[in-house]
Design a binder for this molecule. Sequence first.
Ligand code: GLN
Length: 305
Amino acid sequence: MQKIHQCIEQIAASAQPLAASGRLADYIPALREVDPSKFGIAVATLDGALYTTGDADEPFSIQSISKLFALVFALRLVGDDLWERVGRLPSSSPFNSLIELEKESGKPRNPYLNAGALVVSDLLSSRNTQMEMAVVDLVRKLSGNPAIAYDPRVAAGEFECAHRNKAAAHLMKSFGNFHNPVDAVVSAYCSQCAIAASCKDLAAAALFLANGGIDRDGRQVLEPRQVHQICALTMSSGTYEASGETAFTIGLPIKSGVGGGVLAVVPGFGTVCAWSPPLDATGTSAAGLKAVELFALSMKKTVFA
Ligand code: GLN
């Protein structure tokens, strides 16, 4: 539909200036070097169409967006048993906070906090010798792009600085909620976060969530009940302590990452992914989130009718 293309071009023009209000993630060395003016949007729809603007084809570091795909993997593997080791409650703490973890006996509030994602990595590591490659493979299959890989330089740089993530893993180990060697799992987690994919890839990869769990090739990736669980969690925790506000203003399941990607699911319609590296104070792309908000607003005004 020509209208969708026009719409995302207008959105790009309105949202991109917000990048000036954000700052690049500086605690992962390679992310400091990214060009802050990059900006792209991709929209994938259930009829198989894809609409893009700007740098939507350029791979970027997906960081915490990878947590969504790791969660898909874990739910496929162990189903509801996952919830014995990680909760599904929102948190008002930042993604790398350890405060609740100590108070709540080493059970992270949700799988999108770093501690929760580390439990998921630990669980996947117990069943895969290279859990990061299992996540890479899943993203490749779901997106239809076999060239997707993780960037070892980004991963190695993060591992060197991953003091909080290592601390979270040790803390959980002290409570019996972490089974594998800390360094091995944190290293695999850093590699998973260092997956490089474009807006186009991510919009395509998440499309099954807008389609009751069925992917482009008709495969049932998750049961509809699990899709509901992931969408609910992504809406309530996908942008960390900003999730309540994000749900209030946008009202969609949205996952962000400190690489500047913002991925949203529009159930029954499709997906939208925006990328702009400068982040707001909670670690979500300032312009990327605005782009998704404007997209959601356009849909409500039924410009595509
Ligand atoms: N790899 C990052 C970290 O562990 C992911 C954080 C994010 O994207 N919010 O800190």
